[in-house]
Design a protein around this ligand. Structure first.
Ligand code: PRP
Length: 182
């Protein structure tokens, strides 16, 4: 057991379970967009990077890819769900079909703001694919068009998800042991 694995309380989704679900999501996305002229798949850094890399290889269409970084201030004393783009896409999205890829939807603030922005920019359509969703934490309603797994409100790490920037390189999704942060 390596140093990171010692901090995992339990494995929620194994490598194999994740890959099997991604194959299904990729098939569904390929089917749904098969008649679209173009598809721009946008990964939200950094959490989605591992999922993004696996997902796009299960999409059998000639897609384009882009990445964005956003930071959100969810402290109610600052603002409710203010989202700042710290790295934007390098292309126009006007009349393009856009599919965002996230690792997790928690309160929903980040993606509801970003998706609203892209609708205003004139995208032909804006959809969302997320590996995980924590519905217990939701503060704004947000449709997740393609969802890997629903999870309870636990601290999850691995497969792109971090705690204090670590554990992103674990090959599975696990629950972080309380001993690490208590
Ligand atoms: C996480 C996640 C989403 C957002 C979800 O990113 O990747 O972008 O939070 O939360 P919300 O639904 O409450 O808005 P984070 O800010 O932790 O950055 P990271 O992806 O670089 O880890």
């Amino acid at each position: 057991m390596n140093q990171m694995e010692q901090d995992v309380k339990k494995i929620l989704f194994s490598k194999e379970e994740i890959q099997a679900r991604i194959e299904e999501l990729g098939k569904q996305i390929s089917e749904d967009y098969k008649d679209a002229k173009s598809l721009l798949v946008i990964g939200i850094l950094k959490g989605s990077c591992v999922f993004f890399a696996d997902l796009i290889r299960q999409i059998s269409l000639p897609i384009e890819i882009e990445f964005m970084s956003v930071s959100s201030y969810q402290d109610s004393s600052i603002s409710s769900g203010e989202v700042k783009i710290t790295k934007d896409v390098n292309t126009s999205v006007t009349l393009k079909h856009v599919l965002f890829v996230e690792d997790i939807i928690d309160t929903g603030f980040t993606m509801s703001k970003v998706m609203e922005m892209f609708c205003e920019r004139g995208a032909a359509s804006v959809k969302l694919c997320s590996l995980l969703s924590k519905p217990d934490r939701r503060k704004v309603e947000i449709p997740i068009d393609y969802l890997g797994f629903t999870i309870p409100d636990e601290f999850v790490i691995g497969y792109g998800l971090d705690f204090a920037e670590k554990y992103r390189n674990l090959p599975y999704v696990g629950v972080l042991d309380e001993k690490v942060y208590l």
